[in-house]
Design a protein around this ligand. Structure first.
Ligand code: PAD
Ligand code: ZN
Length: 369
């Protein structure tokens, strides 16, 4: 019986319980988790920003070792090390066929149901079904996930680092390298320098940005942002960040600006600080009632501004995970530096508290091997 961290109802602290786990069905794999990062999206399910069908095993940023495979599984075998993709990409739907696997139709349905691709979870608790976040549920010692959610990696990659690749790194670096079109020498602004935002910053550096302006309210994060490639910082708690970005860009605004928090006011700021003809990339997940209000003519047509959403860094996980590991091994991606704290599963609520105060880039749960 694996131990798992369960959200029993909205706004409740997670509870650690022994849970039942079914065998992998056809096309599924059982993974013993090595590590799981604690991402803001986990907190967002707890507070109702993101949908979740409680009771639910949270956690979607993980890596582990395949223990058992269901019928018909060919891409991984027991003993393989894998990164968990919280968008299992079916490869067959309209979106996957057009190179937009991050929008996979099958994955979307499982996100909404709290189950795997057939809509049912493999966890149960007290005899009742127990949902698993984003077809993963990495806050459990063991989980069963779709085959397409298990991306094989070399055995020598540290589990903590591999776990972070599963969400924050794919999303953040992908936002810069895949979703946005950053040209050499561009001025990039990044609003929010948490676990995902720091990865946008290093992605922008790799893309060849000339200036990278990091914006956060927390000084520690701004210091980290510099280590990850920011060339200038703005503390948003000390004055309007938009006018400061304008001041740094001859009143034009940034060529590309990213919102990586998920708040209405910072989304407005990000769009406003984007220059005429520039790109505003929205990564942070806002509450469902948050609206973007922009004058159609003066705000968009005349401005020729692109406002683009970013889901999972527009990643093709089978291609991008090895690419990111390669960049890490070459020393171009800082991943160890993202790990602020190593914790055990039963400290997960403390990790949520640390995220609320903004004091950590990532807390990472390390499972006993
Ligand atoms: P985090 O909590 O680690 O970082 C958020 C950062 O924003 C912190 O450093 C805060 O100090 C900072 N911040 C908060 N308020 C303000 C403000 N008003 N002005 C400036 N800075 C502020 O979160 P994270 O990096 O794990 O996640 C960031 C968002 O990205 C969050 O909404 C999460 O749900 C979303 C996300 N989206 C995807 C996707 O596919 N689009 C994937 C993963 C995460
Ligand atoms: Zn995440």
């Amino acid at each position: 019986m694996p131990k798992a961290a369960i959200l029993t109802a909205l706004e409740q602290p997670l509870e650690i319980h022994d849970v039942d786990l079914d065998k992998p069905h056809a096309g599924e794999v059982k993974v013993r988790m090595g590590a799981s990062g604690v991402c803001h999206s986990d907190l967002s399910v707890q507070n109702g920003t993101l949908m979740g069908v409680a009771p639910i095993v949270l956690g979607h940023e993980g890596a582990g070792v395949v223990e058992e495979v269901g019928e018909g599984v060919t891409s991984v075998k027991p003993g393989d090390h894998v990164v968990i993709s919280w968008v299992p990409q079916c490869g067959e739907c309209y979106f996957c066929q057009r190179g937009q696997g991050e929008l996979c139709k099958a994955a979307d349905a499982s996100l909404a149901s709290g189950g795997l691709l057939d809509g049912t979870p493999r966890f149960s608790w007290n005899g009742a079904p127990l949902s698993q976040m984003a077809a993963s549920g990495t806050f459990s010692e063991v989980s069963v996930i779709p085959e397409s959610g298990a991306v094989k990696i070399p055995d020598d990659v540290d589990m903590k680092v591999a776990a972070l690749i599963g969400c924050g790194v794919l999303t953040g670096v992908g936002a810069a390298l895949n979703t946005a079109d950053i040209k050499k020498g561009d001025t990039v602004a990044v609003v929010g320098c948490g676990g995902v935002g720091l990865n946008v910053i290093q992605g922008a550096r790799i893309a060849g940005a000339g200036e990278i302006i990091a914006i956060d309210m927390n000084e520690t994060k701004l210091q980290m942002a510099k280590e990850f490639g920011a060339t200038a910082t703005i503390n948003a708690s000390q004055g309007d960040p938009v006018s400061q970005v304008m001041g740094m860009t001859e009143e034009r605004g940034a060529d590309v600006a990213f919102e990586v928090i998920g708040l209405g006011p910072t989304i407005d700021q990000t769009i406003t600080m984007t220059r005429r003809g520039g790109q505003a990339i929205l990564v942070g997940v806002p509450r469902m009632d948050v609206m973007v209000n922009i004058p159609a003519f003066f705000g968009i047509v005349l401005q020729e501004k692109t406002i683009k959403g970013c889901w999972y860094g527009s990643s093709n996980v089978q291609q991008d995970v090895p690419k990111l590991i390669d960049l890490y091994k070459k020393g171009e991606l800082k991943l160890d530096e993202l790990i602020s704290r190593e914790i055990s599963l039963d400290q997960v609520n403390e990790a949520f508290d640390a995220m609320k105060t903004g004091e950590v880039a990532r807390s990472v749960i390390v499972y006993p091997s």
